[in-house]
Design a protein around this ligand. Structure first.
Ligand code: AMP
Ligand code: ZN
Length: 112
């Protein structure tokens, strides 16, 4: 499958890795929109939030177990935002489920 993030997980495309375990891979966004901008993805290809179901939701739990660890390692003591864009209206550009962690500065109040 021609998926950018699957290639990053495999190591075929370089990335700035910040965290990895059996289920989860996290790396710095190439076009950061905050001082800290990290993408957290499942190693298994899931297209978007819209494809989460009872069979694969345990992987999503693994992601959300990793997020506080990553935030702590990045020193995001003041808080952070977790976002997943899903589908065209939300401007999802990479069709592999990913959660943005944004932090390191006071973020804006608007989200949409
Ligand atoms: P989204 O628009 O929610 O689908 O987010 C996709 C994100 O992937 C964007 O924030 C991009 O900057 C980021 N991105 C695209 N290509 C790469 C790459 N090769 N390495 C790291 N981040 C990337
Ligand atoms: Zn993929």
């Amino acid at each position: 499958m021609d998926c950018l993030f699957c290639k990053i997980i495999k190591g075929d495309i370089p990335s700035s890795k910040v965290y990895e375990n059996e289920y989860v891979y996290a790396f710095r966004d190439i076009n950061p929109q905050a001082p800290v901008h990290i993408l957290v993805v499942p190693k298994v290809h899931i297209s978007s939030v819209d494809e989460i179901n009872a069979e694969n939701s345990a992987l999503v739990a693994k992601i959300f177990e990793a997020i506080p660890e990553i935030a702590k390692a990045e020193g995001l003591d003041g808080g952070y935002r977790v976002i997943s864009n899903c589908g065209a209206d939300a401007c999802q550009s990479v069709k592999h489920l990913h959660f943005h962690i944004l932090g390191g500065a006071q973020l804006g109040e608007r989200m949409g």
